[in-house]
Design a protein around this ligand. Sequence first.
Ligand SMILES: CC(=O)SCCNC(=O)CCNC(=O)[C@H](O)C(C)(C)COP(=O)(O)OP(=O)(O)OC[C@H]1O[C@@H](n2cnc3c(N)ncnc32)[C@H](O)[C@@H]1OP(=O)(O)O
Ligand SMILES: O=C([O-])CC(=O)C(=O)O
Length: 422
Amino acid sequence: MPESITITDNRTGVSVEIPIVDGTVSAADWSKALPGIWFLDPALVSTAMAESAITYLDGEAGILRYRGYPIEQLAERSTYLEVAYLLLHGELPTASELETWVDEITHHTFIHENVRKRFLEGFHYDAHPMGILVSAVAALSTFYLDAKDIFDPDARHRQIIRLIAKMPTLAAAAYRFSQGMPFVYPDNSLSFPANFLSMMWKIAEPRYEADPRLIRAIDVLFILHADHEQNCSTTAMRVTGSAHSDPYSSAAAACAALYGPRHGGANEAVVRMLTEIGSIDNVPAFVESIKRGHGILQGFGHRVYKNYDPRARIIKEVAYDVFEVTGKNPLLDIALKLEEVALSDEYFISRKLYPNVDFYSGLIYQAMGFPVEMFPVLFAIPRMSGWLAHWNELLDQDAKIVRPRQRYIGAPKRDYVPVEQR
Ligand SMILES: CC(=O)SCCNC(=O)CCNC(=O)[C@H](O)C(C)(C)COP(=O)(O)OP(=O)(O)OC[C@H]1O[C@@H](n2cnc3c(N)ncnc32)[C@H](O)[C@@H]1OP(=O)(O)O
Ligand SMILES: O=C([O-])CC(=O)C(=O)O
C-alpha cells in the first residue's frame, strides 16, 4: 500500500499529494484536493466512519479482537462483565478493579417502579419485546436528570453503569409482561447472567437455580455479541451521540437499528426460516428458490466478513454444550444441512456468503426456552457495552457532529401553484 496518492484536479490542473494511513485517506485531505466533489456512498461502504481503538476486524481472514484480545480467548476465559470493562476502559481490569466494577453494576440492576408499573405495563399485551426495550431505554433518560451532563466524568460513568446494569432487568420485564407473568426483581447475590435467567424464569421463592452450563453459555453469547466496530446500530449510536444527545436517547437509536431483520433481528428471522423449511429434505429446493431471487438466506452474508464469522464458529460449539442440557433443537439438522448445501454452491461461494453470528444463536436461545421475539433483545443486552464504548470514545475524541452531504435528485426550481389551479 503506497503512503500517499497524488490527485490532479483536471478543472484547475492543480495536483495535491494526500497521505494514505492504513488504507484510508481523510475526507479533509480529499476535499482539499478536489473541492466541491463528494463521494456518493449511501451505505458507507467505502467510508471509514471513525478512528477507533476498540475492536479490530479483518473480514477477509475472519479475525475479531476486542482491544487486541482474540475473541476466541475471551470467549473461553473471560466473563461478559470483564469484557464490558475491557471495551470501555481499553485494558483488562485488575482483581480489585473488576470487583468494584461488578459490584457497581450489580447494585444498579433495579429499575424505577414507575418504569415498570406505569410505562412497561402500559404496552399492548402482545407488544414485541424489542419494541418495548427500544422505548424503555429512551424513557430512562427522563428518570436521570444528570443524563445530559455528558462531559462530567462522574455523571458519564453513572449512566454507563446504569445502562449496562438495567438492560437484563428491562429485557426480562418485557418478556414477563408479554407472558402475563409477574415481574421478578433482580437478585443481586447472583452473577450478571444468572440474575438475568432468574428474572426470566423464576416462578417460586426462594430462588431460581439455572444450570451452570446454561449460565456460562449465556455469558459466552454476551461476550460474542458485545461489540462489532462500526455496525449499523453502533453507527446509529455514534450519529446520535455526535449531536451530544444523552446516552439513553442515543442507545435507544442504536437499539432501534438493531431491531431490523438485516441486523440484530436476523437471529429471529433464521429460526422462522428454519421452521418454514421444516425438514432437511426441503433444503436443496429452498436454496434453489433463494438463488432464483425468492428472499434471502437469513443468518448468511455480512458487509465485512468474506469468510466464516469467527463468532458463528464459537456459537456452533456452544450449541452442542447447551443441547447436552436442554436436548437437541430439532432445527439444528436443518441448519447444518443448509450450511452444507450453501457452502458448496457457486452462488454463495462466488459472493463469499458464510454463516454470520445470527445463524446459530437462535437455535441455542430456542432450546433454552426463549421465544423468538426475545432473540434480538438477547443481542441488545450485551451490545449495550459496545455502544457505550463507542459513545465514550467519540466524546473523548471531541468528534464533530455527523452531517454528510447528498446528491440532490429532486425537482428543479419551480413556482408555487395555488390549489385551485393544480
Ligand atoms: C449482527 C448482524 O447484523 S450480522 C448480519 C445479519 N443479517 C442477516 O443475516 C440477513 C441476511 N444477510 C443480508 O441481508 C446481507 O448479507 C447483509 C445485510 C448482512 C449485508 O449486506 P451487504 O453488505 O449490503 O451485501 P449485498 O446486499 O451487497 O450482497 C452482495 C450479494 O450477495 C447477495 N446476498 C447477500 N446476502 C445474502 C443472503 N443472506 N442470501 C442470499 N443472497 C445474499 C446479494 O443479493 C448480492 O448479490 P448480487 O451481487 O447478485 O446483487
Ligand atoms: O458488523 C456488522 O455489520 C453486523 C454484525 O455482525 C454485528 O453488529 O455484530
